[in-house]
Design a protein. Structure first.
Length: 465
């Protein structure tokens, strides 16, 4: 018997199959690559799936597919989005058969992922989840699971194109490059910046750039949402990127009751020294996660992260494995999943490495305060667990989804300080590390959206478009 969760997931995929012929009409090649568990091409597995191996042809069909799609369209159509979530497509398991972004960006070929990773890296269909396992270089047979909550999840084929267009419309990629090469922040500082409208109903958006402390031996910068309007905008972009398939996979694998995306932003870097190994979550009952999705990668670069099997930070027997990301999959990290930025120096190229970071959780009365305790983000504000509780189960569970999101339940922000108006007039709502002021002047600093503006119960797609 299928669980209700798996049945709902399969129903969505069957709908996508019905629209497959529409996508084929735009001229996309459907030749695919088949791979065995190690990620290497395997003719017998291809024969079992009834499709061709790329090595059977003199030319690479992936290259032809990308070129045909690039000339056929510059935007992601509804038909492409439907096909992107289908497991039945012959290209579903070909990691290089991605919908191209409209700016001409070319991600690294998947062969480089195999070359620069210490883990088993089989290509994944959209919505397919595999736990992260070390390869045979570390353990006999290569079956050793790195962490209980570390996994890879196949992304929809159009996810990269949608997320890059969103970042481009915001001017975020340009701002990242400008920040790194012309105006980097000092460690443990931040600044606000405003972007043009995108998925915001014509409203200008607010972002907060911050750089962590000197314990990060890198120029890593975070580009996070500066208020609830911007947070809601990013959620709509992810809905169009088809991330419902990702939430389905996480909930099914870890037997969750509901999922909420409570924080999202961009990460970027141009160099990194000794890695700061850390976890993002602990003691949440295995119900909180971070997903990393590459947005821009430097051509010819090597591994980008370490993921470790260590149980504590200074575990002398811990093994730190190298991994390279790819826009065909997202890297999932949960409770006690130690990881860190790999050493790199992209400055001679003038380029940046950028990712989307998504924080999500199955909120419970026992973990909501832990999940809300992130001291770094400017939104959501640290320890704003009451606001977070209004989001519980919003994006997955009991038939809910990102595509059909109707938002949170009622929430009214409050000013706790008497001099909030003066502080705002003096610009104190938007200075570096303004967390305390914004937490105590929520209304005046316009951190949250009042219910009358939020339009409770209205589909978010009708407001944030």
């Amino acid at each position: 018997m299928f669980s209700s969760r798996r049945a709902a997931s399969l129903r969505r995929r069957l709908v996508a199959v019905a629209l497959l012929s529409l996508l084929l009409a735009v001229g996309c090649d459907t030749t695919s690559t088949c791979s065995n568990e190690s990620g290497a091409s395997d003719a017998s597995s291809c024969a079992a799936e009834g499709v061709k191996n790329v090595n059977d042809d003199k030319t690479n069909p992936t290259t032809e597919t990308t070129a045909a799609a690039a000339t056929a369209t510059t935007t992601v159509t509804a038909e492409m989005a439907a096909e992107a979530s289908s497991w039945s497509s012959p290209d579903a398991k070909n990691p290089d058969a991605l919908v191209p972004s409209n700016d001409g960006y070319q991600p690294p070929p998947y062969d480089t992922v195999l070359e620069h990773s210490d883990f088993l890296m089989p290509p994944l269909r959209p919505g397919e989840l595999k736990m992260l396992r070390f390869n045979e270089n570390f353990y006999d047979g290569g079956k050793y699971i790195a962490q209980n909550y570390a996994a890879r999840i196949g992304l929809p084929k159009h996810a990269m194109a949608v997320l890059r267009k969103y970042a481009s419309d915001l001017g975020a990629l340009d701002e990242m490059k400008r920040t790194h090469y012309h105006d980097p922040l000092e460690p443990n500082s931040g600044r606000f910046f405003k972007s043009p409208p995108a998925y915001s109903g014509g409203r200008e958006l607010k972002w907060y750039i911050q750089r962590p402390g000197k314990h990060y031996d890198s120029d890593l910068h975070w580009f996070g949402c500066g208020d609830e309007w911007t947070h809601e905008s990013f959620l709509r972009a992810m809905a169009d990127a088809g991330l419902d398939a990702v939430l389905d996979a996480i909930a099914d694998e870890f037997d969750l009751d509901g999922l909420t995306i409570q924080g999202v932003g961009f990460l970027s870097a141009t160099y990194g020294g000794e890695s700061f190994m850390h976890w993002d979550w602990s003691n949440t009952g295995g119900r909180a996660f971070n997903i990393l999705i590459p947005l821009e990668q430097v051509p010819g670069s090597g591994p980008e992260l370490y993921v470790s099997d260590r149980e504590v930070e200074d575990d002398p027997e811990g093994v730190d494995g190298e991994i390279k990301l790819h826009p065909s999959y997202g890297l999932l990290l949960g409770d006690d999943s130690f990881h860190g930025t790999h050493e790199c120096d992209h400055r001679p190229t003038g380029k940046i490495r950028a990712s989307v970071s998504i924080y999500l959780a199955d909120l419970t009365p026992e973990n909501v305060k832990i999940v809300s305790s992130d001291p770094t983000a400017i939104f959501p504000l640290p320890h704003s667990y009451k606001w977070l509780w209004t989001q519980r189960g919003r994006h997955w569970g009991d038939g809910r989804s990102m595509a059909d999101d109707i938002g949170r339940i009622s929430w009214q922000p409050v000013d706790f300080w008497d001099d909030c108006a003066k502080l705002a007039a003096d610009g104190e709502c938007e200075v570096s590390n303004a967390h305390e002021t914004r937490n105590n002047c929520q209304v005046t600093c316009k951190v949250f959206i009042p219910d009358e503006e939020y339009q409770l119960g209205v589909p978010r797609s009708k407001i944030f478009y």
